[in-house]
Design a binder for this molecule. Structure first.
Ligand code: NAP
Length: 279
């Protein structure tokens, strides 16, 4: 009997390892993509996406527009946002009135409340806020100025908190009794976008500006469209956290989470390899 249980556990483990090898998202997300709620259930919702002028945010806007989701598109470059809006209207199930362009700088905190008011005046509510705007950085610790560290924290952390607070204030006033709030953390691996070109090097005014294919981390990126598709599956199924990545990064994520004793060794080996290739 014990033998049977051991064999059964081994078979289940092997099946999971095989599934992981073939996946480009965590196993719960893959399950939901096949058997869970379709992103079509988001039709009619109002989704506000920051960083919608390129990369993952743009692809997400296009994917959601195909599901008939009303959109608020934000980033700094208004012209690019208008281009994305046009794409959504031409390829999705949305009209000109269903897509609102709201230019916004994530670190201009005192403008956020005004942006929320504009959105509420147009749509009356925001169902989902996607805090996607941001920038990565590529200089080593000792070559990054404190100003650079502060800039990344302000943009990638405080900016998100600021807009969320401004949005919640507005939403709570609009719908005092609704506290049914779900938080989804999306963890993408390497995805095709402008992230490599825009990566900060040492200080805010300097960008990496290289072809992503020359970056060892981004040689085999997932397409932004596929990332956006899985992103919407996570949203439609109200998941708490999703990992979206091709292998081997996806397997590494599992190792980091479930085999923590191997994490540091892996990180050190990978860091050495990347440093060698970039020097
Ligand atoms: N691609 C990847 O491999 C990857 C992996 C993990 C995480 N991420 C994260 O995913 C998010 C989206 O990045 P992406 O890959 O799509 O890169 P991207 O193509 O460079 O997009 C970044 C977006 O953020 C906006 N943005 C930058 N600074 C802003 C500011 N101060 N205020 C408002 N918007 C600002 C940009 O628009 P404007 O320039 O018009 O303002 C752009 O729309 C980022 O937070 C990135 O760190 C990406």
């Amino acid at each position: 009997m014990l033998d049977l249980i051991v064999y059964a556990v081994l078979v289940v483990l092997l099946v999971q390892v095989f599934r992981l090898r073939m996946s480009d998202g965590d196993l719960s997300l893959m399950w939901c993509e096949r058997f869970g709620e379709s992103p079509a259930r988001l039709a009619g919702k109002v989704v506000w996406i920051t960083g919608a002028s390129s990369g993952i945010g743009e692809a997400l806007a296009v994917e959601l527009s195909r599901a008939g989701v009303k959109l608020v598109l934000s980033a700094r470059r208004e012209q690019e946002l208008s281009r994305v809006k046009q794409r959504c209207v031409e390829t999705g199930k949305v009209t000109d009135d269903d897509v609102m362009v709201v230019p916004l700088d994530s670190v201009a905190y005192d403008t956020h409340a005004g942006c929320v008011q504009r959105v509420l005046a147009h749509f009356g509510r925001v169902d989902i806020l996607v805090n996607n705007s941001g920038r990565t950085q590529r200089s080593v610790f000792w070559e990054t100025s404190l100003e650079g560290d502060r800039f990344i924290l302000e943009l990638d952390v405080v900016g998100q908190v600021s807009l969320t607070k401004a949005g919640m204030f507005g939403a709570l006033r609009a719908e005092l009794h609704s506290y049914d709030i779900n938080v989804l953390i999306v963890c993408p691996g390497p995805v095709e976008s402008n992230v490599v070109q825009n990566a900060m090097v040492g200080e805010p005014s300097k960008s990496l500006n290289i072809d992503p294919k020359l970056d060892p981390v981004h040689v085999d990126d997932m397409s932004a469209a596929r990332c956006a598709r899985l992103f919407t599956v996570g949203m439609a199924n109200r998941l708490d956290e999703v990992w979206i990545s091709k292998n081997p990064s996806l397997t590494f994520a599992y190792i980091y989470a479930y085999l923590p004793f191997m994490k540091n060794r892996f990180l050190k080996t990978m860091a050495k390899r990347v440093m060698k290739k970039t020097q």
